[in-house]
Design a binder for this molecule. Structure first.
Ligand SMILES: C[S@@+](CC[C@H](N)C(=O)[O-])C[C@H]1O[C@@H](n2cnc3c(N)ncnc32)[C@H](O)[C@@H]1O
Length: 470
């Protein structure tokens, strides 16, 4: 460890863990656990395993999750840029698995950046239903949106709101909500030395109070009968068992339910919460000295189906859905259709519902929920970003390249992962090559990675400047 662990932290953990403390503290001398989650929106895990240049071992509680060896660098591989996987340490894979989101549902990831759990929820939803991924801090939303794009997620809206403002807009709206709460980050000490510097006993208390506020907002947005998962990457009982127990005391309409894979985890510890409150032993602790992972706490709660819905009638009156043809919409629809005919002729009926096209300035989106009232909310991404309108022609977005499959495109240039021309493309260079003029989908081993535009013996580079390899 670069930074010594804070004395107040080690003293507390020793008092809590007693005989187990030695094993817990010894885990800090071991290397951090590294994992990746294969993106089933792009390919099945078995197909990735036959392609994978990394040596992978399964994560027991996540069918798409694998540990990789320290020397491997999957973040620096073109398959990462093509969104074939998301890097995530193994214990962080447990909360989204616990939520058990299903295709067609309405799901909220309330504290979402940089998007590890959002991308996992989207995989479970298989592109169907509505996923709202929210991040309160403007500086962190960009990374969230980039990951949503990279993984080819088409049914997510990315918002930059406070939980309270979302709760005003979406009372009793969601089937499932994940609160992967801001926390004191004790489970990050091994991986990120700066987490040690940022820690203090006061921060633990501040986080606990913030967690209760976030959970209150989440409870107001959950439908009767809906499911809420609360998780942290810290060990402090105040932010785990005690946050859940205090929430349950304030919200008797909620009860704890068992987690999938519970037998692989350690139970929550009731004696670390007020024993007069509800039993929190159905929650899970993922300890770094007991499994491969940095450490997590997860609790799954269900809201009674009989919950009073009077809250709904107190909410603001529902506005009528906007008419499909507002200013500029007709031209936007025509530009989109013309682009599809020219560059994506085999798209079939994907993105063909004109009422789902939304225009923000010159940016065209395809919303997963036409008619949803987003007015006045800070929206970073209103759905799948299709592109930018330039003189009534559509310049396709990077998100669109990553969301379609190679078979949909009129023109494809596919490189193998080891081809030096692919690296030149990822660095932003134009490539000399002959081909039919027009927008061309650039692929790695058949998986789209970005756009190029073929003209005059050159493939002009449209790989986004901010993502280019250095
Ligand atoms: C543990 S991180 C989320 C990690 C993310 N779920 C993932 O898997 O990549 C918690 C997030 O909550 C956000 N946050 C901080 N304060 C918040 C608040 N008061 N309400 C909601 N979110 C908050 C942080 O900016 C941070 O991005």
């Amino acid at each position: 460890m670069k930074n010594p662990l804070p004395a107040a932290f080690t003293a507390r953990m020793q008092a809590l863990l007693q005989d187990e403390y030695e094993a817990f503290i010894a885990s800090y001398e071991e290397a951090a656990s590294h994992g990746l989650r294969i993106n089933p929106l792009k390919l099945a895990p078995a197909d990735f395993l036959s392609l994978s240049p990394f040596s992978l071992e399964p994560v027991e509680w996540c069918p798409n999750g694998f540990c990789y060896r320290e020397g491997d660098r999957p973040g620096k591989h073109p398959y990462h840029s093509a969104g074939l996987y998301y890097l995530q340490e193994p214990s962080a894979m447990s909360p989204a698995e616990a939520l058990e989101a299903l295709p067609g549902e309405t799901v909220l990831d309330l504290c979402a950046a940089p998007g590890g759990k959002t991308t996992q929820l989207a995989a479970a939803m298989k592109g169907s239903g509505l996923l709202i991924a929210n991040e309160i801090h403007p500086s962190r939303v960009k990374a969230l949106s980039e990951n949503v794009e990279r993984l080819g997620i088409t049914n997510a809206i990315v918002t930059n709101e406070t939980p309270e403002r979302l709760a005003e807009r979406f009372p009793l709206f969601f089937d499932r909500i994940l609160v992967d709460a801001p926390c004191s980050g004790e489970g990050m000490f091994r991986k990120l030395p700066e987490a040690v510097e940022e820690w203090s006993p006061e921060k633990v208390t501040e986080c606990h109070l913030m967690q209760l506020d976030i959970l209150d907002a989440a409870s107001a947005m959950l439908k009767p009968g809906g499911t809420l998962v609360y998780s942290t990457c810290t060990f402090a009982p105040l932010e785990n068992e005690q946050s859940v127990a205090a929430f349950l005391q304030r919200h008797p309409e909620f009860g704890m339910i068992p987690l999938p894979s519970a037998d692989l985890y350690s139970p929550g510890e009731p004696k670390w919460a007020d024993p007069s409150l509800q039993d929190v032993s159905l929650a899970a602790r993922l300890w770094p000295h007991k499994l491969r992972g940095e450490g997590h706490f997860v609790a799954k709660l269900r809201k009674s189906a009989e919950t009073d819905t009077a809250e709904l009638s107190r909410s603001r009156p529902k506005k009528k859905a906007k008419p499909a043809s507002f200013a500029g919409k007709k031209e936007a629809v025509a530009s989109w259709q013309s682009f599809v005919r020219e560059a994506l002729p085999n798209l079939g009926d994907l993105y063909a519902d004109d009422s789902a096209l939304l225009l923000f300035g010159d940016q065209l989106y395809y919303t997963p929920r036409p008619g949803l009232d987003l007015d006045g909310l800070r929206i970073n991404r209103a759905g799948l970003h299709l592109g930018t309108l330039k003189k009534n022609r559509l310049e396709p977005s990077h998100a669109l390249a990553l969301a379609v499959c190679a078979e949909a495109a009129a023109r494809v240039t596919s490189f193998s992962a080891a081809d030096p021309d692919l690296i030149r493309y990822l660095k932003g260079e134009a490539l000399s090559r002959e081909g039919e003029a027009g927008w061309t989908l650039v692929c790695v081993d058949g998986f789209p990675i970005g756009w190029g535009k073929q003209a005059d013996g050159q493939l002009k580079n449209h790989y986004p400047k901010g993502l280019r390899w250095l």
